[in-house]
Design a binder for this molecule. Sequence first.
Ligand code: G6P
Length: 614
Amino acid sequence: MCGIVGYIGNRQAYPILIKGLHRLEYRGYDSAGIALIDHDHLKVYKTKGKVSELELFAQQKDITGTIGIAHTRWATHGEPTQTNAHPHFSQTEEIAIIHNGIIENYSVLKEGLIKEGYTFQSQTDTEVLVQLIEYMKKSNGTDLPTAVQLALNEVVGAYAIAVLERNNPDMIVAARKGSPLVIGIGEDEYFIGSDATPIIEFTDQVTYIGDEEIVTIQRNKPLRIRTIGNIDKTPEIQKLEMTLNQLEKGGYPHFMLKEIFEQPQTLSDCMRGRVNVDSDNITLAGFIDNKEKFLKAKRIIITACGTSWHAAQIGMYAIEEYARIPVEVEYSSEFRYRKPVINKDDIVIAISQSGETADTLAAIELAKQQEAFIFGICNVVGSSIPRKTHSGCYTHVGPEIGVASTKAFTAQVTVLTMLAILIGKEKGTISHDEYLRLIRELSLIPDKVSEILQKSDQMIAELSKSFTYASNCIYLGRGYNFPVALEGALKLKEISYIHAEGYPAAEMKHGAIALISNEMPVVVIATQSDTYEKVTSNIQEIKARKGRIISVVTEGDTQVRDLSTFCIEVPKTEPCLTPLLSVIPLQLLAYHIAVVKGCDVDQPRNLAKSVTVE
Ligand code: G6P
């Protein structure tokens, strides 16, 4: 939540900062702002709304300066108004700050500052921090980096900040705890970003700032990193693997559609070097390095949020079926605050696309304190979660920009399935024949996804037009397809604002059936499985109550097709792999309904892609 960008060098900062804000807009789009130092003046420009509003506003100004910071906000404290937009000035307007995170003890700090004569313009926690930095500077007579350090020692909460000072036109001080921060290192310039997306266009050399570290970035000088406890650190420079192409829409009208269509490729990328059909094996480095722990595990706890939590549910089905290890799936936000029983021989798997979700990070900390082994499944390389886990596995789908997660989900399911099969093989809980069959089927998935996309996209675009009237929708599935029903419903809610609920198909008669009428679209996943006949009976029950059925069935199905208003086919595969196919039509359905409704598909209201606050 909230994106921060910064630049110091010889070029004009404004175009770099604006472009960077556009790249980070997925993190929040309630307001945007920019601060630059231009000939001894520290200037702040900010507007309510998206980055494009800021650009419009800036057109009328003559903005120059080779040092600046910028912010796109997802509101936490205070409404999304211009006053609450970042950057925030200190009392004397000598210092400006941008911030991603939450200062939890801001009201106590604010009271103290008010007693010292400070007044506040905004309702934000961030303004408290910039005032505190100014206070520390004045009362201790220190330089800016030390004032930031002193202030951060008083702060409880999460932050990634960047600070500018009017009479310090060659320096930006940045720091992080909990929220992400990366510095790009150019020839004679530096870039700051919440992630590497604003940086990759200019340099592939980066350093990730660690928790409780403060970095002093000066024109033509090496970076200086010091912890808030005053220990000097040497920056570790890494090479980015991301490419600029991955950040563009590539001819698609929306990132979400591009990402849906990328799935044949991203699934191949996720399995590359891991699923080997020629040598008939699955290799996962994170597993091999910790094989004994997995084989001895008495229980696996999977913790995640949102779409990643749905992938976790599918992982639970697969691990229990093939590895015969009991699995519990936890919402990170709940797990972290109850007092879960975690044993030393438990394995905790944390799943996160962004690798930055605050609740999942906190759940990892909790499990670590109780000495569990933590395995991360993440997409963003170098993000916080992979750095805090003992081992793990990247999904390798490239940057996911659309706020509604699609390609990350299918890759998470793929990694969990590979893991389940691999543990099963090593434990001897699946037969060799089953192991070989699953490997072969996994390797066919990218082509099958491609087939669905080619055959169904146009048809789903058409049928979507008949459902825009709906204000409610029910999604049903059983077994491996129950979490897919949850995910399909979430996609629809997120981007089309139609209220949707997912249910296990048989559970419907314990409540949701009361909602069925000819006004209610019901999406049923009824692919071939042990429970196919049971799901067909559920469909009959809906039909008898005049519900409008959109079904997802296995190729060649006639029984469910005859009962459905619309029927979408997916190729046949192993039951544990059906989620990778059945979710594709549901992603397309949500996408097309949102487009027909004129919704902002890539930046749905109130949402942010990376949730770095509780
Ligand atoms: C937000 C995003 C979702 C995502 C969830 C968990 O709500 O909008 O798409 O599933 O966070 O994010 P993570 O990065 O941990 O997978």
